[in-house]
Design a protein around this ligand. Sequence first.
Ligand SMILES: [Zn+2]
Ligand SMILES: [Zn+2]
Length: 329
Amino acid sequence: MQALVYEEGRVRPRTVAAPAAAPGHTEIRVLRTGLCGTDIGAVRKGRPAVTDNTTMGHEIVGVRVSDGRRVVVNPLVSCGICSFCRSGVTNLCTALQIIGVHMDGGFAEYVSVPDNQVIEVPSECTDEQAGIAEPVATALHAWNRAGFGPGSRVGIVGAGAIGLCVLSVATEKGATNIGVTDVDPLKRDHALKNGATAVSASLEEEYDVVFECVGLEATRKDALNAVRSGGTLILVGLADATAAFDGRSIVTFERSVIGSFGYLHQDFVEALPITAKMSTDWVTLVPLQDGPGLLDGTATPPAGSAKVHLNFAPPSSGDALTLETRSTQ
Ligand SMILES: [Zn+2]
Ligand SMILES: [Zn+2]
């Protein structure tokens, strides 16, 4: 089968053996797999460190081979026995393994994953919507970390996939005033169409809670400055390791700064029905062969696209039209 395999800092298309059936594992025929900042960080910056000869891809939608049902995969595999797992905080597991980073993932025609990681897709979700369950789970976890309720004023820095998913979660949870910033006007348009009440290049008002979904020093600083006194900054973006905060403003305005990483299994389960209500006009389906260039930066995603899905659907399905059309360009 065809797969995109990580090897010595690069990702290459390869023909590999399909995974063998294994006890406790579910075999999935992949329909599409999302490409995200985690994958790009791994290839371009070596963070997270991908195990050599691993098939990448962790935002997987496919069909369970045993019964033909559509499924998605929670890629965070926790040990179940460490103190964090025992207290239910599985995303902080000391032995956390990520499918597509430490074990073979979904940039392939087939993938085999532990049974516990598989979640059935509700019939109301399209494949495209199911394919954004992972970033929506990330957004839902961040929302839960913030602890704000309906009527909150919410700022979102960055209208990439995570920012747009936080926007949809905030709307779903009853936020009434949602400001979104992005330097890209096309992404600001997506935010306006998907529930933002204001868009701009930088946050201009003060908010009860601001979700920083980029992770640059400059955007972290701007995000903190837009938090009202006593409000909360949630850090989700991971672009830079460092932040450039004014520490005194955290003290004197009693702002809370909270990190949010990944999601719990329950977040993933609850994300799916939310995706069914979401517009996916910011998702682009591209053929497998476009993957390596998008990952290493030698190719750029289509203008305004906040999420690329790699297509593994069989040529007989409608999705394959995209693959054929694009490959003849
Ligand atoms: Zn992801
Ligand atoms: Zn654990």
